[in-house]
Design a binder for this molecule. Structure first.
Ligand code: CO
Ligand code: CO
Length: 248
């Protein structure tokens, strides 16, 4: 969507804050031995407490309130009986709606004992996301997003997952502008405009550069035994620095 009023900005900030709080609380409660279903229930309760509706469930009939992906799973992991293990790489992706506004955010982190290579992957992906966000404003070409992700990944010694994109958000979970590629596409002539609401969500990998859907019809995994991290914010484009709405 494109924001047209302060009411739109406030509405997005409200749901953005709830989404960020949910991720923070889920991360804080994550324990070895806990199932991903138990962790998802905590997320579901927080969303409910604030009157927010989990978007994957209502929009796509996803079997969970949030997406929880572990190790070689990269996205859209279904909460279930899987128990969190020491040293696991965990991704929590939360998207939700309140008052007709949607926000979407994701966070990858590591359980103790911390594997330094996985910690670096998570931190580096976060820095890449923030580097992209701080480079965007009204008038910048949309393919700048992919150019920066690609450049930063290369500098850090990582691959970019090519088939997972950033996207428009706000009035629904996924909307125009669609398919904001994570690599440079010189044919993409689209330009960022003031008020545009989009996600920035790089996925960086230690090996493969694409994900494949599993037989469950949801979970996206790397085809090799490598690892990937995702960090995601929902932002509003302005004439200056973007407004990050998914902050607690
Ligand atoms: Co997203
Ligand atoms: Co997301």
């Amino acid at each position: 969507m494109t924001v047209e009023s302060q009411k739109d900005i406030d509405g997005l900030k409200e749901i953005g804050k709830i989404v960020a709080l949910t991720i923070n609380e889920m991360k804080r409660h994550a324990r070895v031995g806990m199932t991903t279903k138990e962790l998802d229930d905590i997320g579901g309760q927080i969303l409910k407490k604030y009157g927010a509706v989990p978007a994957p469930k209502t929009v796509y009939n996803f079997p969970g309130n949030t997406c929880i992906s572990i190790n070689h799973e990269i996205a859209h992991g279904i909460p279930g009986n899987r128990k969190i293990q020491p040293g696991d790489l965990i991704n929590i992706d939360v998207s939700a709606e309140l008052g007709g506004y949607f926000a979407d955010a994701g966070h990858s982190f590591v359980m103790p004992p911390y594997n330094p290579a996985l910690t670096r992957l998570c931190d580096y992906t976060y820095k890449t996301m923030m580097k992209v966000i701080s480079s965007l404003k009204h008038g910048v070409k949309m393919n700048e997003i992919g150019r920066i992700i690609q450049t930063e990944a290369k500098k850090g010694g990582y691959q970019v997952i090519q088939n997972l994109c950033s996207h428009g958000v706000g009035r629904s979970l996924h909307e125009s502008p669609n398919e904001i590629l994570p690599y440079y596409d010189r044919h993409d002539k689209r330009v960022l405009k003031e008020g545009m609401v989009i996600t920035i969500e790089p996925f960086l990998s230690t090996g493969a550069d694409y994900v494949v859907e599993q037989p469950d019809g949801w979970t996206l995994c790397l085809p090799d035994r490598s690892f990937a991290a995702q960090q995601e914010h929902t932002i509003i484009i302005t004439k200056g620095q973007p407004i990050i709405v998914t902050v607690a």
